[in-house]
Ligand binder design. Structure first.
Ligand code: GSH
Length: 391
């Protein structure tokens, strides 16, 4: 009788067991009614895994959680399974590569990817450290695979299954071709493995991600039909390239979804490095006009970016200043020469503002931009009730 695997059917952690089962002649069925966030919170499920995580395998002797443990168990169901090699030393090396695939590859892919999609706090130095650790691990793996077809011995082992599943997470979500091309033996290994018939049966066609996912906005997602937004936090925003709705998380959800290419990634590169100006803005404590505002104009690239004034259309309704901030005005910096189409499509409140492209050949408009960056007061003859810069 088939054993039941409670899992996200499109997740690498389920794939490990399903591929091991294919190689080991073990029958596994995915729990058909499984719904992430619901099924794994029931008292019955928590009896199987007290922290409510998937995957969990129901065996005739009781449940097992942790994806590597489940894959090991399934492999051991076949006596003398070649997936575990042919000697004790092979066995040791297979376990070594399983741990390496988990702690050096998978963990670092997650540290890079999850903050970008909003599942953890995004901190640039932490991302740098994750990428550097991942590169170190991939470098070592690349060297090993330069003279080895498989991780251990001359055939597929459980280490290859777990390594390939973990790599597939990276290849599908964040490791672009320009990233992986530094590790040609890893690439060759990965594409060879995913095209083995028993892998392919479980993984299907694997497609490498085209671009690194942009950092997800922390803005709460509001429904289109929700009441007119409080413009309180809207007036002065710096729209950055990454300022888009969190991407669908294929790995965290049930059904795989095709990923849309971010059109901004197709624009010619810009010489303006937004982070550099953000750092300058944040670190300037005195002489703001001479340092941060001047720095902005020195860095501004009108070929790669555009500036837009926005004016709230319904300022006459904003009569209670502490609720709405009356006279809402703002300045946005967009990547590209126009307001990106997806921003118009996805930001429910765009239509509440009038948008005017800044003509930087007009000194008066440039001065208005400078004043807005500076939070100059009085602004256009009026005191500021509040001013914010959203970096
Ligand atoms: N180390 C575990 C990780 C399991 C895990 O993080 N599962 C996620 C889905 S990918 C989960 O169930 N999350 C639900 C939660 O955190 O409550 C394994 O390899 O099985």
């Amino acid at each position: 009788m088939a054993m039941i695997l409670h899992a996200i059917s499109t997740h690498k952690n389920a794939f490990k067991t399903l591929i091991a089962a294919e190689y080991s002649g073990v029958k596994i069925e995915l729990s058909k009614s499984f719904e992430m966030g619901i099924s794994n919170q029931t008292p019955e499920f928590l009896k199987m895994n007290p922290i409510g995580k998937v995957p969990v395998l129901e065996t005739p002797d009781g449940p097992i959680f942790e994806s590597n443990a489940i894959a090991r168990y399934v492999t051991k169901l076949q006596p003398e399974n070649p997936l575990y090699g042919t000697s004790l030393y092979d066995y040791g090396c297979i376990e070594q590569w399983i741990d390496f695939a988990t702690t050096e590859i998978d963990v670092n892919i997650g540290r890079w990817y999850l903050p970008r999609i909003g599942f953890a706090q995004y901190l640039p130095p932490a991302e740098e450290a994750a990428i550097s650790s991942l590169k170190r691990a991939l470098g070592a793996l690349n060297t090993h695979l330069a003279s080895n077809t498989y991780l251990v011995g001359h055939g597929v082992s459980l280490a290859d299954i777990i390594m390939t599943c973990n790599l597939s997470y990276g290849f599908k979500q964040i490791m672009t071709k320009s990233f992986t091309s530094e590790f040609p033996h890893v690439e060759r290994y990965f594409w060879t493995m995913v095209n083995q018939p028993k892998f392919h049966k479980v993984l299907g066609d694997v497609k490498q991600v085209d671009s690194v996912p942009p950092v997800a906005s922390k803005k709460p997602v509001q429904a289109k039909e929700s009441a007119k937004p409080k413009p309180k936090d809207e007036p002065k925003k710096e729209a950055k390239k990454e300022d888009v709705k969190p991407k669908e998380v294929e790995e965290e959800e049930d059904a795989p979804k095709p990923k849309a290419k971010n059109p901004l990634d197709l624009l010619p590169p810009s010489k303006m490095i937004l982070d550099e100006w953000k750092r300058l803005y944040s670190n300037t404590k005195t002489n703001f006009r001479e340092v941060a505002v001047k720095g902005f104009w020195d860095m501004y690239d009108p070929e790669g970016y555009s500036l837009w004034f926005c004016n709230y259309k319904y300022n006459d309704e904003n009569t209670v200043s502490f609720v709405t901030l009356n006279k809402v005005k703002g300045l946005w910096l967009f990547r590209g020469k126009e307001v990106p189409q997806f921003v118009l499509d996805e930001c429910y409140d765009m239509e509440l503002y009038e948008w005017t492209k800044v003509d930087i050949s007009d000194e008066a408009q440039k001065e208005r931009v400078s004043q807005m960056i500076e939070d100059a007061e009085p602004f256009e003859g009026e005191a500021l009730l509040d001013a914010k810069c959203f970096k």
